[in-house]
Design a protein around this ligand. Structure first.
Ligand code: FAD
Length: 424
């Protein structure tokens, strides 16, 4: 089977089958039960921003592209106040601190408000420098979406609109091999040797994400509607479609590239897993506040359990080999960040709301992983112990997108095994 991949994962130090068994037995089931918790299922996103790069396709009229927004009363009370889990305690310090606040004289209050405002401004400024994403969960147009009611699956979005987005990502926003210019915007694996490690890693991460999206739509394909095969039928039956999977990944139909794209899925999985391991001390401190004590406690325990398993898995993606030393490396890192930010903006050009939703969530998750790995704020001390030097914060949306993003990759690896068995 072409999807029975073997050997080492590119740029990493472990074999495909090690990841398969680790993911399918330990990570996948844990993420499945974690991601249905309220904290992770409600994602705030703005799907109404216009495409900044070309004239919009005018949205998508297909029924399966439709996104169901949350009714006000469906949103957990703790999420309505826009508070992050980590600042929750500050807001609920009890009646004593409320009185204290009221006692402040006008002048004091004004000064402290100004100081607070300045601090927030600088924190936002610092945060923006670290970010690999353009955030869009604040302000007009941002709304909560229940991810469980809007699963990622086949939508029928294809053709020139989808191709333009992928083409623009690969052609204009991925690094390209130096000496070649081909009319095909998609990079062949053999050409990657002409690129440096960081450039290769960037391409592999994007291609792995692309592979993951295409595995999902093949694994949750519209098999039949109530009235036969019809995208207009709301009561369709969804399931794996082997022919679709083969069309997208078999070497015969992809110029030999399909298996390489599948290998890139493993690469981006290890990259995000490493970021979660690195952010573990911070995640262990989060309250995962939704306003429901028992739900929040369960979420905390589920995260603890997941992190304990991740921490036991040796780290196979080593970000310390990237962006080392020279001024050139700093320049490359800057470009890396700009390219990735652009990709997050291109998500506003995806002409299908459902695809846009999951595209935004997964690019933001990957951007959060890159921020954790490369901002330099999570580092090891001399004894190899992880220290959070500068008290870096993650916003709720970053945590939600990071965990859902690894959830999507983990599901893809799991579904790949299903396809293997079907082919057998
Ligand atoms: P495409 O997937 O459009 O690929 C275009 C070209 O890119 C291919 O011809 C090939 O040369 C190259 N390529 C393909 N895969 C890779 C890879 N992994 N790495 C490198 N190069 C590659 N459709 C849905 O049904 N549901 C969704 O949820 C969904 N989400 C999407 C999210 C985004 C952000 C985008 C841009 C598209 C999404 N789509 C979704 C559409 C889907 O990804 C395909 O674009 C569509 O199904 C058409 O597929 P295609 O066979 O023409 O090739």
């Amino acid at each position: 089977c072409f999807c029975q991949l073997e050997g080492k994962i590119d740029e990493c130090s472990c074999n495909i089958d090690t990841v398969d068994s680790f993911n399918n037995v330990k990570i996948y089931p844990r993420l499945q039960s974690l991601l249905v918790k309220d904290y992770f299922r409600f994602f705030k996103v703005n799907l109404k921003r216009p495409c900044p790069f070309w004239v919009d396709d005018g949205g998508c009229a297909m029924r399966y592209c439709h996104v169901e927004y949350c009714e006000e009363n469906a949103i957990p009370v703790g999420l309505k106040g826009e508070r992050t889990a980590s600042n929750h305690n500050k807001f609920t310090a009890g009646p004593e601190s409320c009185n204290e606040h009221q006692d402040l004289g006008y002048l004091n209050k004004t000064i402290s408000e100004k100081a607070q405002h300045d601090m927030e401004k600088w924190a936002a400024h610092d945060d923006a420098l670290d970010n690999f994403c353009i955030k869009d969960d604040q302000g007009e147009g941002a709304e909560y979406v229940d991810l469980l009611l809007n699963p990622e699956r086949f939508t029928g979005y294809a053709g020139e609109s989808a191709h333009r987005v992928w083409r623009s990502i690969y052609l204009e926003n991925c690094f390209r091999p130096k000496e070649t210019f081909s009319f095909n915007p998609y990079i062949q694996a053999a050409k990657l040797n002409n690129m440096c490690l960081e450039e290769r890693a960037f391409y592999r991460a994007v291609s792995g994400l692309h592979a993951s999206i295409n595995i999902h739509l093949s694994a949750k394909y519209l098999l039949s509607g109530r009235n036969g095969l019809s995208l207009k039928d709301p009561n369709g039956e969804w399931g794996p479609k082997l022919d679709e999977f083969k069309r997208r990944f078999s070497p015969e139909l992809t110029n030999g590239e399909g298996p390489n794209w599948l290998r890139n899925l493993y690469f981006v999985y290890l990259l995000e897993l490493r970021a979660i391991a690195k952010a573990a001390p911070l995640l262990e401190r989060e309250n995962f506040y939704t306003g429901d004590d028992s739900e929040d406690y369960d979420t905390k325990m589920a995260i603890k359990d997941l992190l304990s398993v991740i921490k036991k898995f040796p780290e196979h993606f080593d970000e310390t080999t990237m962006f080392r030393g020279s001024k050139e490396a700093e320049k490359l890192k800057y470009e890396f960040k700009q390219h990735f930010r652009n990709i997050t903006r291109i998500m506003d050009c995806v002409g299908c709301d459902k695809c846009r939703l999951w595209g935004k969530l997964q690019t933001q998750g990957l951007g959060t992983a890159l921020k954790i790995l490369f901002s330099g704020k999570f580092d090891y001390d001399g004894s190899g112990k992880l220290v959070n030097k500068t008290d870096m914060q993650l916003q709720r949306n970053e945590i939600v997108s990071l965990l859902n993003a690894i959830g999507r990759l983990s599901t893809s690896i799991y579904k790949l095994d299903d396809f293997r068995q079907m082919i057998r």
